[in-house]
Design a protein around this ligand. Structure first.
Ligand code: PRX
Length: 567
């Protein structure tokens, strides 16, 4: 029997107090995610239960029980306090998927500070804009990422501490740098958790915008109410599950479901800290007897590409429930997963700003391959007309996805950017910026984004950020960045560039520009191709029309070009 039981029944009787009751939370109480994810599970008698089974490169393994997670998050919290870090200070986690990241986040929350997880593949420029925006007080990192931090440290007077979790004593530490070893530090038993309330800030996640700098999405401790219940009802986490969320906590799925959802439900989860390789993944499932697997379409398509033969080498019969998030999950992937694993991937739709799953396919509900499913109970979602902002009644018509604000894990603002936050609401609806249709049975079918953001392999890339990096190169006069189709990543980044007088297009110049922007962008945002062209299509007012370049790449109709300058 699934946790959600009958979806339609749940819809009728839904109230978020169901989640509050299960968590033993009453309005006005102290609510601290760090406590809920460790101390509470121990108080429930599960201190000796395995919380985290971690595997790194070369098969090294580390294991932590819930009691270990409790004590080590206390230890980290105590250490941060000893440095003078206090509630609401921003503390950045800039690490690979190592245990210190998972447990460190809880330690930060326990002292009431705000955790700012950042993807460790970010280059120094990407790191700098995000730390500057948040005026981050401390960064927790690994030796291997230290050079990037050192490169920008002079530009960050607000940054007081650089905490290195794997210092080997070989090279002297510099100003602001301090070593801390989570596994070697004396476990702290007595610890006073900061009494955060529902609206106290918890996590700051950065996400790409169409224009301007990345936006800091501010979440609060009350988000737990959504994250806990969606983990139970959508991911169907049960007492004896072995859960594997493949996402990196540098992104929202890795925190909402890789840390908060996982630990607050008291499940045993495993983490593989190495890049993608089909056989390694299957081996990991077999070895850990994974039962619940939450992954992403690009990974699933890569597994499809690796072929069905290798699957036969592994015993994957432990798999009980599969789910996916981050980008459109094509119907073929769902059909394929049923064929090879005997289970369908259940698509789920949400975003950094929503903090938890909004639309999904539920255990026991009929899946229509290619559809995102239906709104989570407690979520009122529809599609609205892009001009009138009124709900669309006609079946099959495309509209903007619109969600009624008010669920617990909704972002509270964009950090220092209230205006952009307010612009996300129209006519009483929150607009995630996506387009969809709804069929007669109430299933949502994703159409595409409503802005120029590129979703490559589940990672959002702002064309503006890539264009700005290109423009800093001495040869580049203008640039326009769009997506082009790709088998595995669904779409990849393509740049169009016009050159300044005196420069001519060549393979050398292409390479030179690529090397130049590589230092500025995260590897995920790197263009797969640069095309040199004479002029870019522009409106009469001089705005570059990415839409036209995009349509050409995708072989689509170009549409209305009446405002085009060079037509
Ligand atoms: O465009 C939608 C797409 O990813 C965006 C959110 O990205 P991000 O904030 O990085 O969070 C990703 C993980 C929650 C959405 O606005 N997206 C997410 N899930 C789906 C999706 N597109 C199609 N189908 C999905 N299931």
């Amino acid at each position: 029997m699934s946790n959600i039981g009958n979806y339609d029944e749940r819809l009728k009787n839904f109230d978020w107090s169901i989640s509050e009751k299960e968590l033993g939370y009453k309005k006005g109480d102290v609510i601290n995610i760090g406590w809920y994810c460790s101390d509470r599970i121990c108080q429930m008698g599960k201190g000796n239960k395995m919380a985290l089974i971690w595997e790194g490169l070369g098969g090294v393994e580390k294991k932590y029980t819930y009691n270990d997670v409790r004590l080590k998050s206390n230890t980290i919290g105590t250490f941060l306090r000893s440095l003078g870090i206090k509630n609401e200070d921003r503390v950045c986690l800039f690490m690979d998927k190592i245990p210190e990241l998972y447990i460190g986040l809880l330690g930060i929350l326990k002292i009431g500070a705000i955790a700012q997880p950042l993807f460790s593949a970010f280059g120094d420029d990407s790191l700098l804009v995000r730390l500057e925006n948040a005026e981050t007080s401390a960064i927790i990192t690994q030796r291997k990422h230290l050079p990037k931090v050192r490169k920008i440290v002079e530009k960050m007077p607000f940054l007081k501490h650089i905490i290195i979790v794997d210092y080997d004593g070989k090279h002297p530490l510099r100003d602001k740098e301090v070593a801390f070893s989570m596994d070697e530090a004396t476990p702290v038993e007595k610890f006073e958790i900061f009494p955060t309330k529902a609206e106290s800030p918890s996590i700051l996640h950065y996400t790409s915008g169409t224009t301007g700098q990345p936006k800091g999405v501010k979440h609060v401790h009350y988000s737990l109410i959504s994250q806990y219940l969606t983990t139970k009802w959508v991911l169907d986490i049960q007492e004896n599950d072995i859960y594997w969320c493949t996402a990196d906590p540098g992104w929202v799925t890795g925190t909402s479901y890789g840390i908060i959802g996982a630990f607050s439900t008291g499940v045993t989860q495993c983490v593989l800290d190495s890049g993608f390789a089909a056989e390694a993944w299957y081996k990991f499932i077999e070895k850990n007897k994974v039962t619940m697997w939450y992954s992403a379409p690009t990974a699933i398509r890569s597994l499809m590409k690796a072929g069905d033969e290798i699957i036969k080498k592994y015993d994957l019969s432990s798999l009980r429930h599969l789910a996916s998030v981050g980008e459109p999950l094509n119907a073929e992937a769902v059909v394929w997963s049923e064929k090879v694993f005997g289970k369908q991937f259940h698509d789920s739709y949400w975003q950094t700003e929503t903090g938890s799953i909004m639309i999904s396919n539920y255990p026991g509900m009929k899946i229509k391959p290619g559809s995102m499913g239906k709104p989570f109970p407690g979520i009122t979602a529809t599609i609205i007309d892009p001009e009138t902002y009124e709900p669309i009644k006609e079946e099959g018509k495309v509209g903007l996805i619109a969600i009624k604000p008010g669920w617990p894990s909704m972002m509270r603002t964009y950090w220092n950017n209230e205006e952009t936050y307010k612009n996300k609401f129209k006519n009483g609806w929150y607009l995630p910026g996506d387009r969809s249709t709804i069929d007669k049975d109430g299933y949502f079918w994703f159409i595409g984004r409503d802005d120029d953001i590129i979703n490559t392999g589940g990672h959002l890339v702002s064309p503006f950020e890539v264009e700005s990096a290109l423009l800093e190169h001495e040869a580049v006069a203008e640039s326009a960045v769009v997506s082009k189709p790709d088998d595995v990543n669904m779409e990849v980044v393509k740049a169009f560039v016009t050159l300044k007088p005196g420069f001519t297009a060549s393979a050398d110049l292409d390479l030179n520009i690529m090397n130049f922007i590589r230092k500025k962008l995260s590897p995920l945002a790197m263009p797969q191709e640069i095309e040199f062209i004479d002029t870019l299509p522009k409106t009469r007012s001089g705005k570059i029309m990415r839409r036209i370049l995009h349509a050409k790449e995708w072989g689509e109709e170009i549409g209305d070009i009446s405002s085009l300058e060079n037509d």
